[in-house]
Design a protein around this ligand. Structure first.
Ligand SMILES: NC(=O)c1ccc[n+]([C@@H]2O[C@H](COP(=O)([O-])OP(=O)(O)OC[C@H]3O[C@@H](n4cnc5c(N)ncnc54)[C@H](O)[C@@H]3O)[C@@H](O)[C@H]2O)c1
Length: 269
């Protein structure tokens, strides 16, 4: 298995790089920032995912791409102008380059913000319809749609991971439901890379949280089973955790849902 990881210089990429070191004959790490020096079994490539030719070059000889690169939050200003190139054009380039280079699988870092405006009263599974809570969420819907297209039209094997809140530990009440620990995140990536033949899977990126609001049986199809549980931090979070925005409380996406809502949330079923 020869693996290419985009966004290798980011929070999740760095953790995955360190935990997966030595696991694959080749781990090629790419990011727009320099991630060298390469360790044993690694190659480092500085490239922008907005550069299709550079992506195609980076994917030569690769079996599986883990696509983490992009804008990982909703920018406070010019959100659309920033997510469009990094998350939509860039993700198209990653899928198209993978197709051209004969890559077998793409593991795509989506986000629960793709479905953030669903109400928490409803448990979501991988079939939940898009309900983005931000332009960032819209970009993740687009990324999932690209993944589905490349799976159905071109036979690429694709896993879309709707990642929850990746943190060393949960920081607020909502995180007790949606947190994913660093070791569970890397285990989910490992399972997504190594799961036998599959066409298209949507799974949620979460630990084994007692208060989960997601039905994650599709992650089990990948062989993933979370080992950490946000509940271990519940007492600390409930006594001193960050408070939630009032307008955000009913929704899966949390505080992104509260921005600019202006009372319209009443009409969201
Ligand atoms: N961290 C979370 O809680 C979380 C939750 C849901 C989804 N995700 C998704 O997981 C992925 C990784 O998240 P993260 O927390 O590691 O993000 P991060 O911001 O720490 O890292 C993103 C990396 O992508 C690189 N990058 C950005 N634009 C690029 C471009 N045009 N070309 C090449 N590289 C570029 C950055 O240099 C950075 O190293 C992101 O796609 C994010 O949207 C993260």
């Amino acid at each position: 298995m020869r693996v290419l990881m985009t966004g290798a210089g980011g929070l999740i990429g760095k953790e995955a790089r360190s935990q997966l070191a030595g696991r694959y004959p080749l781990l090629r790490l790419t990011d727009m920032v320099d991630v060298s020096p390469a360790g044993p079994g690694e190659e480092c490539v500085t490239a922008d995912i907005c550069d299709l030719a550079a992506m195609e070059q980076a994917m030569q000889g690769i079996d599986c791409v883990v696509h983490l690169a992009g804008m990982s939050v909703e920018p406070e200003s010019n959100a659309w102008e920033q997510v469009l190139p990094a998350n939509i054009v860039g993700t198209y380039n990653v899928f198209e380059a993978a197709r051209r280079a004969g890559v077998r699988r793409v593991v795509y870092a989506s986000s629960h913000h793709a479905v953030g405006y669903h109400r928490r009263a409803h448990v979501l599974d991988g079939s939940a319809l898009p309900r983005p809570d931000s332009f960032y969420g819209v970009s993740k819907v687009a990324g999932e749609a690209l993944g589905r297209l490349y799976a159905d039209k071109y036979g690429l094997s694709v896993v879309s991971l709707r990642i929850g809140a990746y943190r060393p530990k949960p920081m607020d009440v909502r995180h007790l439901s949606v947190w994913i620990s660093p070791r569970d995140m890397v285990e989910l990536l490992r399972c997504s890379i190594e799961a036998p033949l599959l066409h298209y899977v949507v799974a949620y990126g979460m630990s084994a949280n007692t208060r989960s609001i997601w039905d994650n049986r599709d992650a089990a199809v990948l062989g993933y089973r979370g080992r950490d549980n946000a509940e271990d931090y519940a007492e600390e979070v409930l006594t001193s955790g960050a408070p939630e925005l009032e307008g955000a409380k009913p929704f899966h996406g949390g505080w992104y849902c509260g921005w600019d809502l202006g009372g319209h949330g009443l009409f969201i079923d």
